[in-house]
Design a protein around this ligand. Structure first.
Ligand code: HMG
Ligand code: MG
Length: 288
């Protein structure tokens, strides 16, 4: 049965803008996030505390956070790859932090310059510090439906990383089809494998739309009882280390699809479309 309500996690300001060739000015990021809030999005990933050498587009995350309005009904989340990132996130008063692992060794190396096991070892003290600080911790697994370097990825490999992240204290694990390689059958098989080790209520879907299959893949997983979806306004997004990956699935498309299924999201499609026009205009590109 389909869920009656879906929580959308807006990742455009982070996953979208991290992959833009130009660095968007801080004021534009802040206005985008304000517009997303006005559209009813409450859980918003606003940036990352990573090496500015690796991802210069996110270098102003602390400045963005300092200018954001309060978010009383939701959370501003940031990605952190290590304790250094966590300390910066705490100083910026992040409402949530997320660590990001991969189900494929080659992608782990390319994205965060270490093996999967090393990454998990690096996240353990972050999880500990987050727990002490009372900051909710989210976990990502990348390449769950395929890797740009290794090709196929086994559902068991995804489940294994997901299990470690949950054991560390993540409240939710988000399954990333980083390069939009999956099909509905693959997506279902992956979620079914993860659901053996993680409660369905704690699984989120993070699908990139490289081949236009993200909505179909999401639909397949909703039928398995998953009810959290990551999406990016205007379909912004991608990952700088997955060449050829265009956007995350567009929040506008997800909201429309869910409405068609009679599933509540709490998001105002008109104001969401305005936020999409605002950011595509700022980027000098056609609206999604
Ligand atoms: P490294 O070079 O192995 O790290 O990078 P290091 O510890 O040797 O440090 C190198 C330099 O980075 C040092 O500075 C550190 O201080 C600095 P230097 O002495 O050379 O001047 N550094 C930092 N600076 C700021 N913040 C930090 C930090 N840590 C170290 N937290 C590292 C390892 C992880 C840092 C690097 O590889 C990195 O920053 N990677 C970021 C990759 C990234 O952001 N990728 C995109 C996000 S993941 C994604 O998009 C996928 C997702 O959407 C899900 C999906 O779609 O699948 C989540
Ligand atoms: Mg992503």
């Amino acid at each position: 049965p389909l869920p009656s309500r879906v929580r959308i996690v807006e990742v455009g300001p982070r996953d979208g803008l991290q992959n833009e060739p130009v660095t968007v000015p801080t004021a534009v990021k802040v206005e985008l996030i304000e517009r997303l809030l006005a559209a009813g999005l409450t859980h918003i990933e606003v940036g990352s505390f990573v090496s500015a050498r690796w991802v210069p587009q996110m270098a102003d995350t602390a400045a963005v956070m300092a200018r954001l309005p309060p978010n009383p009904t939701g959370r501003y989340a940031v990605l952190v790859p290590n304790l250094k990132g966590f300390e910066a996130a705490r100083a910026a008063r992040a409402g949530e932090v997320a660590v990001f692992a991969s189900a494929s060794e080659a992608f782990s190396r390319a994205n965060i310059n270490c093996s999967i096991a090393e990454s998990l070892a690096r996240f353990a003290p972050v999880a500990e510090a987050a727990r002490e600080a009372g900051i909710p911790l989210r976990g990502y697994v990348s390449c769950v439906l395929g890797c740009p370097y290794e090709g196929m990825v086994a559902p068991e490999a995804v489940a294994n990383v997901a299990r470690h992240l949950m054991a560390m204290g993540c409240y939710e694990v988000s399954l990333g089809d980083t390069i939009g390689a999956g099909t509905p059958d693959q997506a279902r098989a992956c979620v079914a494998a993860v659901a053996l080790v993680v409660p369905r209520e704690q699984i989120a879907l993070h699908f990139h739309d490289t081949r236009g299959l993200a909505l179909a893949n999401l639909r397949a997983c909703l039928e398995l009882g998953v009810s959290v979806i990551d999406a990016a306004v205007a379909g912004l997004g991608g990952c700088p280390y997955a060449k050829g990956a265009p956007g995350n699935v567009a929040t506008e498309a997800v909201v429309a699809e869910l409405e068609g299924l009679g599933i509540a999201t709490g998001i105002d499609p008109g104001r969401l479309a305005e936020a999409g026009r605002f950011i595509t205009g700022a980027l000098g590109r056609a609206p999604a």
